[in-house]
Design a protein around this ligand. Structure first.
Ligand SMILES: [Zn+2]
Length: 405
Protein backbone atom coordinates (compact mmCIF):
# COMPACT_ATOMS: atom_id res chain seq x y z
CA UNK A 1 0.00 0.00 0.00
CA UNK A 2 1.92 3.02 -1.15
CA UNK A 3 4.01 2.91 1.93
CA UNK A 4 7.52 3.57 0.87
CA UNK A 5 8.88 4.08 4.27
CA UNK A 6 7.88 3.28 7.69
CA UNK A 7 9.58 4.22 10.87
CA UNK A 8 8.66 3.91 14.49
CA UNK A 9 9.72 6.60 16.88
CA UNK A 10 10.12 5.03 20.25
CA UNK A 11 11.85 7.38 22.62
CA UNK A 12 13.87 10.25 21.52
CA UNK A 13 15.03 8.75 18.35
CA UNK A 14 14.85 9.66 15.00
CA UNK A 15 15.83 9.05 11.56
CA UNK A 16 16.16 11.22 8.54
CA UNK A 17 15.16 9.74 5.27
CA UNK A 18 16.61 10.40 1.92
CA UNK A 19 14.37 9.78 -1.00
CA UNK A 20 15.45 12.22 -3.63
CA UNK A 21 17.70 15.20 -3.79
CA UNK A 22 16.09 18.02 -1.88
CA UNK A 23 14.30 20.62 -3.89
CA UNK A 24 11.51 22.96 -3.09
CA UNK A 25 8.19 21.31 -2.40
CA UNK A 26 4.95 22.92 -1.42
CA UNK A 27 3.01 21.92 1.65
CA UNK A 28 -0.49 22.04 0.24
CA UNK A 29 -2.58 21.13 3.25
CA UNK A 30 -2.50 19.63 6.73
CA UNK A 31 -5.32 17.26 7.58
CA UNK A 32 -6.12 15.50 10.85
CA UNK A 33 -8.42 12.64 11.79
CA UNK A 34 -9.00 11.39 15.29
CA UNK A 35 -10.26 7.86 15.93
CA UNK A 36 -10.81 6.14 19.27
CA UNK A 37 -7.45 4.33 19.13
CA UNK A 38 -5.28 6.48 16.93
CA UNK A 39 -4.92 9.90 15.40
CA UNK A 40 -3.61 10.48 11.91
CA UNK A 41 -2.09 13.69 10.60
CA UNK A 42 -1.50 14.01 6.85
CA UNK A 43 0.73 16.61 5.21
CA UNK A 44 -0.07 16.99 1.52
CA UNK A 45 3.01 17.74 -0.57
CA UNK A 46 3.63 18.72 -4.18
CA UNK A 47 6.39 16.10 -4.45
CA UNK A 48 8.66 13.81 -2.45
CA UNK A 49 10.78 15.22 0.34
CA UNK A 50 13.17 14.19 3.07
CA UNK A 51 11.58 14.23 6.45
CA UNK A 52 12.37 13.44 10.02
CA UNK A 53 10.13 12.71 12.95
CA UNK A 54 11.05 13.42 16.54
CA UNK A 55 9.14 12.47 19.66
CA UNK A 56 9.89 14.81 22.59
CA UNK A 57 8.85 14.72 26.23
CA UNK A 58 7.97 17.28 28.91
CA UNK A 59 5.80 18.43 27.37
CA UNK A 60 4.90 15.54 25.07
CA UNK A 61 5.12 16.58 21.44
CA UNK A 62 5.98 15.32 17.98
CA UNK A 63 8.11 17.37 15.62
CA UNK A 64 8.00 16.69 11.90
CA UNK A 65 10.62 18.45 9.76
CA UNK A 66 10.25 18.45 6.00
CA UNK A 67 13.38 19.52 4.12
CA UNK A 68 13.12 22.24 1.51
CA UNK A 69 9.38 22.57 1.97
CA UNK A 70 7.24 25.68 2.14
CA UNK A 71 3.67 26.18 3.13
CA UNK A 72 1.77 27.03 -0.06
CA UNK A 73 -0.28 30.22 -0.05
CA UNK A 74 -3.30 28.19 -1.10
CA UNK A 75 -3.00 25.95 1.96
CA UNK A 76 -5.90 26.34 4.33
CA UNK A 77 -5.23 27.14 7.95
CA UNK A 78 -3.94 24.92 10.71
CA UNK A 79 -6.28 22.11 11.73
CA UNK A 80 -7.61 22.19 15.27
CA UNK A 81 -6.35 19.65 17.74
CA UNK A 82 -8.37 16.45 18.18
CA UNK A 83 -7.80 12.99 19.61
CA UNK A 84 -4.22 12.58 20.74
CA UNK A 85 -3.29 16.02 19.39
CA UNK A 86 -3.94 19.02 21.62
CA UNK A 87 -2.80 21.61 19.13
CA UNK A 88 -0.95 21.99 15.85
CA UNK A 89 1.79 24.54 15.14
CA UNK A 90 3.74 25.28 11.97
CA UNK A 91 6.90 27.22 11.23
CA UNK A 92 9.69 27.65 8.68
CA UNK A 93 13.33 27.46 9.62
CA UNK A 94 15.85 29.92 8.11
CA UNK A 95 17.42 26.96 6.28
CA UNK A 96 14.22 26.48 4.34
CA UNK A 97 12.65 23.58 6.20
CA UNK A 98 9.02 23.26 7.11
CA UNK A 99 8.32 22.27 10.70
CA UNK A 100 5.10 20.87 12.08
CA UNK A 101 4.74 20.53 15.85
CA UNK A 102 1.96 18.40 17.30
CA UNK A 103 1.38 19.04 20.99
CA UNK A 104 0.14 15.80 22.48
CA UNK A 105 -2.60 15.23 24.99
CA UNK A 106 -0.80 12.18 26.40
CA UNK A 107 2.35 10.07 25.92
CA UNK A 108 2.00 8.10 22.74
CA UNK A 109 3.84 6.24 19.97
CA UNK A 110 4.46 7.95 16.65
CA UNK A 111 5.13 6.58 13.19
CA UNK A 112 5.63 8.38 9.90
CA UNK A 113 5.80 7.37 6.26
CA UNK A 114 5.57 8.88 2.81
CA UNK A 115 2.63 7.83 0.65
CA UNK A 116 2.79 8.01 -3.12
CA UNK A 117 -0.04 9.56 -5.18
CA UNK A 118 -3.33 7.71 -5.59
CA UNK A 119 -6.58 8.58 -7.34
CA UNK A 120 -7.48 11.20 -4.75
CA UNK A 121 -4.27 12.61 -3.32
CA UNK A 122 -0.72 13.41 -4.36
CA UNK A 123 2.40 12.79 -2.29
CA UNK A 124 1.75 13.00 1.42
CA UNK A 125 3.52 12.47 4.67
CA UNK A 126 1.47 10.53 7.13
CA UNK A 127 2.02 10.67 10.89
CA UNK A 128 0.18 8.05 12.92
CA UNK A 129 -0.16 8.54 16.65
CA UNK A 130 -1.45 5.76 18.78
CA UNK A 131 -0.94 3.65 21.82
CA UNK A 132 0.78 0.41 20.89
CA UNK A 133 -1.03 -2.90 21.29
CA UNK A 134 -4.01 -1.56 23.12
CA UNK A 135 -5.97 -4.67 23.86
CA UNK A 136 -9.65 -4.38 23.10
CA UNK A 137 -11.77 -5.79 25.84
CA UNK A 138 -14.21 -8.43 24.65
CA UNK A 139 -17.76 -7.28 25.11
CA UNK A 140 -19.71 -9.04 27.84
CA UNK A 141 -23.08 -10.36 26.85
CA UNK A 142 -25.67 -8.03 28.32
CA UNK A 143 -29.05 -9.71 28.27
CA UNK A 144 -27.95 -13.31 28.12
CA UNK A 145 -28.25 -15.56 31.12
CA UNK A 146 -24.90 -16.86 32.30
CA UNK A 147 -25.15 -20.05 30.28
CA UNK A 148 -25.85 -18.44 26.90
CA UNK A 149 -23.88 -15.73 25.16
CA UNK A 150 -24.84 -13.03 22.68
CA UNK A 151 -23.73 -13.33 19.07
CA UNK A 152 -21.23 -10.67 18.10
CA UNK A 153 -21.47 -9.22 14.61
CA UNK A 154 -18.62 -7.00 13.44
CA UNK A 155 -20.01 -4.32 11.13
CA UNK A 156 -17.27 -2.79 9.03
CA UNK A 157 -17.88 0.51 7.22
CA UNK A 158 -15.36 0.57 4.36
CA UNK A 159 -12.77 3.35 3.90
CA UNK A 160 -12.79 6.49 6.09
CA UNK A 161 -10.58 9.44 6.92
CA UNK A 162 -8.14 10.20 4.12
CA UNK A 163 -9.53 7.30 2.09
CA UNK A 164 -12.89 8.47 0.69
CA UNK A 165 -13.53 5.25 -1.24
CA UNK A 166 -15.42 5.64 -4.51
CA UNK A 167 -16.85 9.05 -5.34
CA UNK A 168 -20.09 9.55 -7.26
CA UNK A 169 -20.54 12.02 -10.09
CA UNK A 170 -22.26 14.43 -7.72
CA UNK A 171 -19.55 14.18 -5.11
CA UNK A 172 -21.12 11.58 -2.81
CA UNK A 173 -18.33 9.80 -0.97
CA UNK A 174 -18.49 6.06 -0.37
CA UNK A 175 -16.98 6.44 3.13
CA UNK A 176 -19.93 8.59 4.24
CA UNK A 177 -22.79 6.52 2.88
CA UNK A 178 -21.35 3.20 4.01
CA UNK A 179 -20.86 4.57 7.54
CA UNK A 180 -24.51 5.63 7.59
CA UNK A 181 -25.61 2.18 6.43
CA UNK A 182 -23.27 0.46 8.91
CA UNK A 183 -24.64 2.50 11.81
CA UNK A 184 -28.20 1.73 10.78
CA UNK A 185 -27.33 -1.98 10.52
CA UNK A 186 -25.71 -1.91 13.96
CA UNK A 187 -28.83 -0.28 15.46
CA UNK A 188 -31.03 -2.99 14.03
CA UNK A 189 -28.76 -5.79 15.21
CA UNK A 190 -28.55 -4.28 18.70
CA UNK A 191 -32.33 -4.10 18.86
CA UNK A 192 -32.46 -7.90 18.56
CA UNK A 193 -32.30 -10.10 21.63
CA UNK A 194 -29.16 -12.21 21.62
CA UNK A 195 -27.18 -10.14 19.11
CA UNK A 196 -24.65 -7.41 19.56
CA UNK A 197 -23.06 -5.29 16.83
CA UNK A 198 -19.52 -3.95 16.99
CA UNK A 199 -18.53 -1.20 14.54
CA UNK A 200 -14.93 -1.46 13.33
CA UNK A 201 -15.11 2.26 12.48
CA UNK A 202 -17.48 4.62 14.29
CA UNK A 203 -16.56 7.91 12.60
CA UNK A 204 -14.70 9.50 9.72
CA UNK A 205 -11.22 8.19 10.34
CA UNK A 206 -8.84 5.76 8.72
CA UNK A 207 -8.59 2.18 10.00
CA UNK A 208 -6.04 -0.15 8.34
CA UNK A 209 -7.57 -3.35 6.97
CA UNK A 210 -5.67 -5.64 9.32
CA UNK A 211 -6.83 -3.53 12.28
CA UNK A 212 -10.44 -4.03 11.21
CA UNK A 213 -9.88 -7.79 11.28
CA UNK A 214 -8.03 -7.52 14.60
CA UNK A 215 -10.90 -5.62 16.18
CA UNK A 216 -13.36 -8.27 15.06
CA UNK A 217 -11.15 -10.98 16.52
CA UNK A 218 -10.63 -9.08 19.78
CA UNK A 219 -14.40 -8.98 20.19
CA UNK A 220 -14.64 -12.68 19.29
CA UNK A 221 -17.00 -11.86 16.44
CA UNK A 222 -19.20 -14.60 15.04
CA UNK A 223 -19.57 -12.80 11.71
CA UNK A 224 -17.83 -9.96 9.90
CA UNK A 225 -19.83 -7.83 7.46
CA UNK A 226 -18.00 -5.18 5.45
CA UNK A 227 -20.15 -2.49 3.82
CA UNK A 228 -19.15 -0.77 0.57
CA UNK A 229 -20.61 1.10 -2.43
CA UNK A 230 -18.35 0.57 -5.41
CA UNK A 231 -17.89 2.47 -8.63
CA UNK A 232 -17.41 1.21 -12.16
CA UNK A 233 -16.62 2.99 -15.42
CA UNK A 234 -19.92 2.04 -17.03
CA UNK A 235 -22.33 4.33 -15.19
CA UNK A 236 -25.38 2.38 -16.35
CA UNK A 237 -24.44 -0.59 -14.13
CA UNK A 238 -26.32 -0.83 -10.85
CA UNK A 239 -27.36 -3.33 -8.18
CA UNK A 240 -25.90 -4.97 -5.08
CA UNK A 241 -23.33 -7.78 -4.91
CA UNK A 242 -22.08 -9.91 -2.04
CA UNK A 243 -18.53 -11.27 -1.88
CA UNK A 244 -16.74 -13.86 0.19
CA UNK A 245 -13.04 -14.73 0.20
CA UNK A 246 -11.83 -16.86 -2.71
CA UNK A 247 -9.97 -20.12 -2.13
CA UNK A 248 -6.87 -18.48 -3.55
CA UNK A 249 -7.14 -15.68 -1.01
CA UNK A 250 -7.55 -18.23 1.77
CA UNK A 251 -4.45 -20.14 0.63
CA UNK A 252 -2.35 -16.96 0.60
CA UNK A 253 -3.50 -16.12 4.09
CA UNK A 254 -2.78 -19.63 5.35
CA UNK A 255 0.86 -19.34 4.26
CA UNK A 256 1.10 -16.02 6.05
CA UNK A 257 -0.31 -17.40 9.30
CA UNK A 258 1.97 -20.43 9.16
CA UNK A 259 5.02 -18.29 8.44
CA UNK A 260 4.26 -15.92 11.29
CA UNK A 261 2.82 -18.25 13.85
CA UNK A 262 5.85 -18.25 16.09
CA UNK A 263 5.61 -14.52 16.64
CA UNK A 264 1.86 -14.31 16.77
CA UNK A 265 -0.26 -14.73 19.83
CA UNK A 266 -3.48 -14.89 17.82
CA UNK A 267 -5.61 -17.95 18.27
CA UNK A 268 -7.35 -19.70 15.42
CA UNK A 269 -10.79 -20.72 16.61
CA UNK A 270 -9.42 -20.60 20.16
CA UNK A 271 -6.42 -22.82 19.37
CA UNK A 272 -2.84 -21.55 19.40
CA UNK A 273 -0.78 -22.58 16.39
CA UNK A 274 2.60 -21.59 17.74
CA UNK A 275 3.28 -24.81 19.64
CA UNK A 276 2.14 -27.12 16.84
CA UNK A 277 4.41 -28.76 14.30
CA UNK A 278 4.07 -27.72 10.65
CA UNK A 279 1.71 -30.47 9.58
CA UNK A 280 -0.65 -30.16 12.52
CA UNK A 281 -0.69 -26.38 12.33
CA UNK A 282 -1.58 -26.41 8.65
CA UNK A 283 -4.29 -29.05 9.17
CA UNK A 284 -5.86 -27.03 11.99
CA UNK A 285 -5.70 -23.85 9.95
CA UNK A 286 -7.17 -25.56 6.91
CA UNK A 287 -10.06 -26.98 8.93
CA UNK A 288 -10.79 -23.60 10.41
CA UNK A 289 -10.63 -21.84 7.05
CA UNK A 290 -12.88 -24.40 5.34
CA UNK A 291 -15.49 -24.09 8.07
CA UNK A 292 -15.33 -20.29 7.89
CA UNK A 293 -15.59 -20.22 4.10
CA UNK A 294 -18.59 -22.57 4.15
CA UNK A 295 -20.31 -20.47 6.77
CA UNK A 296 -19.43 -17.29 4.84
CA UNK A 297 -21.03 -18.73 1.70
CA UNK A 298 -24.26 -19.71 3.47
CA UNK A 299 -24.54 -16.39 5.32
CA UNK A 300 -23.73 -14.41 2.16
CA UNK A 301 -26.47 -16.28 0.24
CA UNK A 302 -29.01 -15.23 2.88
CA UNK A 303 -27.95 -11.60 2.66
CA UNK A 304 -27.93 -11.62 -1.15
CA UNK A 305 -31.40 -13.13 -1.14
CA UNK A 306 -32.71 -10.31 1.04
CA UNK A 307 -30.99 -7.65 -1.07
CA UNK A 308 -32.66 -9.14 -4.16
CA UNK A 309 -36.04 -8.80 -2.42
CA UNK A 310 -35.27 -5.18 -1.59
CA UNK A 311 -34.04 -4.08 -5.01
CA UNK A 312 -31.62 -4.88 -7.80
CA UNK A 313 -28.74 -7.31 -7.51
CA UNK A 314 -26.01 -7.20 -10.09
CA UNK A 315 -25.27 -10.94 -10.03
CA UNK A 316 -27.54 -13.61 -8.61
CA UNK A 317 -24.70 -15.62 -7.05
CA UNK A 318 -22.32 -14.87 -4.22
CA UNK A 319 -19.03 -13.66 -5.72
CA UNK A 320 -15.54 -14.63 -4.64
CA UNK A 321 -12.53 -12.35 -4.48
CA UNK A 322 -9.26 -11.89 -2.61
CA UNK A 323 -10.42 -9.02 -0.45
CA UNK A 324 -7.94 -8.54 2.34
CA UNK A 325 -10.52 -7.63 4.94
CA UNK A 326 -12.27 -11.02 4.49
CA UNK A 327 -9.18 -13.06 5.34
CA UNK A 328 -9.78 -13.90 9.01
CA UNK A 329 -9.28 -17.68 9.04
CA UNK A 330 -11.83 -18.27 11.81
CA UNK A 331 -14.51 -15.60 11.38
CA UNK A 332 -17.10 -16.07 8.62
CA UNK A 333 -16.83 -12.88 6.58
CA UNK A 334 -18.62 -11.17 3.72
CA UNK A 335 -18.31 -7.92 1.83
CA UNK A 336 -21.52 -6.27 0.64
CA UNK A 337 -21.30 -3.87 -2.28
CA UNK A 338 -24.63 -2.25 -1.49
CA UNK A 339 -24.87 -0.33 -4.77
CA UNK A 340 -22.84 1.37 -7.49
CA UNK A 341 -22.18 4.91 -6.41
CA UNK A 342 -21.07 5.51 -10.03
CA UNK A 343 -24.66 5.03 -11.20
CA UNK A 344 -26.36 8.45 -10.93
CA UNK A 345 -29.67 7.04 -9.72
CA UNK A 346 -28.03 4.80 -7.13
CA UNK A 347 -25.82 7.68 -6.01
CA UNK A 348 -28.91 9.79 -5.42
CA UNK A 349 -30.64 6.97 -3.51
CA UNK A 350 -27.58 6.17 -1.42
CA UNK A 351 -27.73 9.67 0.04
CA UNK A 352 -31.22 9.24 1.43
CA UNK A 353 -31.72 7.86 4.95
CA UNK A 354 -34.73 5.90 3.68
CA UNK A 355 -32.65 3.98 1.18
CA UNK A 356 -29.78 3.52 3.63
CA UNK A 357 -32.30 2.03 6.06
CA UNK A 358 -33.72 -0.23 3.37
CA UNK A 359 -30.28 -1.66 2.59
CA UNK A 360 -29.44 -2.04 6.28
CA UNK A 361 -32.76 -3.81 6.88
CA UNK A 362 -32.09 -6.28 4.06
CA UNK A 363 -28.60 -7.10 5.35
CA UNK A 364 -29.94 -7.42 8.89
CA UNK A 365 -32.70 -9.78 7.78
CA UNK A 366 -30.16 -11.96 5.94
CA UNK A 367 -27.92 -12.09 9.03
CA UNK A 368 -30.92 -12.88 11.23
CA UNK A 369 -32.09 -15.70 8.91
CA UNK A 370 -28.60 -17.18 8.73
CA UNK A 371 -28.13 -17.33 12.49
CA UNK A 372 -31.61 -18.68 13.19
CA UNK A 373 -30.97 -21.44 10.66
CA UNK A 374 -27.40 -22.07 11.89
CA UNK A 375 -27.19 -20.94 15.50
CA UNK A 376 -23.78 -21.45 17.12
CA UNK A 377 -23.98 -23.67 20.18
CA UNK A 378 -24.15 -21.96 23.54
CA UNK A 379 -25.72 -18.77 22.22
CA UNK A 380 -28.96 -17.13 23.19
CA UNK A 381 -30.02 -17.38 19.54
CA UNK A 382 -29.60 -21.16 19.70
CA UNK A 383 -32.12 -21.20 22.59
CA UNK A 384 -34.50 -18.85 20.80
CA UNK A 385 -34.25 -20.76 17.52
CA UNK A 386 -35.24 -23.95 19.33
CA UNK A 387 -38.09 -22.23 21.13
CA UNK A 388 -39.36 -20.74 17.86
CA UNK A 389 -39.14 -23.88 15.80
CA UNK A 390 -42.47 -25.52 15.11
CA UNK A 391 -41.34 -29.07 15.64
CA UNK A 392 -43.45 -30.85 18.21
CA UNK A 393 -42.17 -30.94 21.74
CA UNK A 394 -41.88 -34.59 22.64
CA UNK A 395 -41.06 -34.33 26.26
CA UNK A 396 -40.82 -31.51 28.72
CA UNK A 397 -40.11 -31.94 32.36
CA UNK A 398 -42.24 -29.00 33.43
CA UNK A 399 -45.23 -30.08 31.39
CA UNK A 400 -47.14 -26.95 32.34
CA UNK A 401 -47.47 -25.75 28.77
CA UNK A 402 -44.97 -22.95 29.20
CA UNK A 403 -43.47 -22.13 25.84
CA UNK A 404 -39.77 -22.00 26.61
CA UNK A 405 -39.10 -18.30 27.08
ZN1 LIG B 1 -15.28 0.28 -1.06
Amino acid sequence: MNRLLCQWAGGLLLATLLLQPARAVDVRAIRLWAGPDSTRVVVDLSGTAQHSLLLLHNPERVVLDVSGAHLAKSAHGTPRGAGAVKSVRMSHSPSGNFRLVLDLARPIQAKSFLSTPNAHYGYRLVVDLGSANRADKPIKAKHAPSDARDLIIAVDAGHGGEDPGAIGKNGTREKDVVLAIARELALRINAETGMKAVLTRGGDYFVPLRDRMRRARAQQADLFVSIHADSIRDRSIDGSSVYILSQRGATDEASRWLAERENASDLIGGVSLDDKDDVLASVLLDLSQSASLNASQVAAERVLHQLAQAGEVRKPEVQQARFMVLKSPDIPSMLVETAYISNPLEEQRLRTPAHQAKLAAAIHQGVHDYFYANPPMGTRIAQLATANSSRPVLATATGAGGAGE
